[in-house]
Design a protein around this ligand. Structure first.
Ligand SMILES: [Zn+2]
Length: 211
């Protein structure tokens, strides 16, 4: 399975990103264009690793304020609270909403972090042209992509949290700056995983490829 295998790029075949026409592209020509629609041809998404890194680093940086800043402010006649994600989870736990506390913790702390770590690991392994477990790494990428579709669940959970607090009394609930940072983390991670080209995982298994 992990022997050297021929692939399209190795044989100079390139599929157009716009119209999907497969055409032959010589390695010597720097800039090739699709014979059918005229779009420029690339064997792999150009600059995908660099772009993925940039988005990922931005997501890592914003992950800190997302967890440290107030995600929501709640006030009523008698009390006023500012909650970060963690203090919200602890509050839910202390008031006996164990299931919701666990869901919120997993959706808004664990999953975003796991996505960031998975993408980092994929990028590092691709840059080192690692031949370690390509199938599992491809599956990992698929999982990150799949979770990406459900990423808004994280934000939904925060909204749910706000709604739950709002229930029962005359209160005001306001999203804090942490919510903005948190949303940015989710969106940046989604863009980062879209930038990554999973074919790069399999490139070390093929004899040679030009650009
Ligand atoms: Zn085309």
């Amino acid at each position: 399975m992990t022997e050297l295998t021929p692939n399209a790029a190795g044989q100079g075949l390139c599929s157009c990103h716009v119209c999907n026409l497969v055409s032959r592209r010589g390695p010597e020509s720097a800039q090739a264009h699709c014979p059918r629609c005229g779009a420029s041809l690339h064997f792999r998404k150009p600059g995908s690793v660099a772009r993925c890194w940039a988005l990922l680093l931005a997501a890592y940086i914003l992950y800190i304020p997302a967890n440290l800043l107030t995600i929501m402010e709640t006030g009523s006649l008698f009390s006023y609270r500012r909650d970060t994600i963690m203090s919200g989870v602890i509050q839910l736990w202390n008031t006996g909403s164990y299931a919701i506390a666990v869901v919120v913790f997993i959706a808004s702390v664990t999953i975003p972090l796991l996505k960031l770590i998975s993408l980092t690991m994929l990028l590092v392994s691709v840059q080192r042209r690692s031949k370690w477990r390509p199938r599992q790494r491809t599956q990992l990428y698929r999982m990150v992509e799949f979770v990406g579709r459900w990423s808004m669940l994280d934000i939904y959970v925060v909204t749910l949290l706000a709604a739950l607090v709002r229930l029962g009394n005359i209160a005001t609930v306001k999203a804090g700056p942490g919510a903005l940072a948190f949303g940015a983390v989710v969106v940046l991670t989604m863009f980062a995983s879209m930038q990554f080209d999973p074919r790069l995982i399999w490139d070390p298994f093929q004899k040679e490829r030009n650009s």
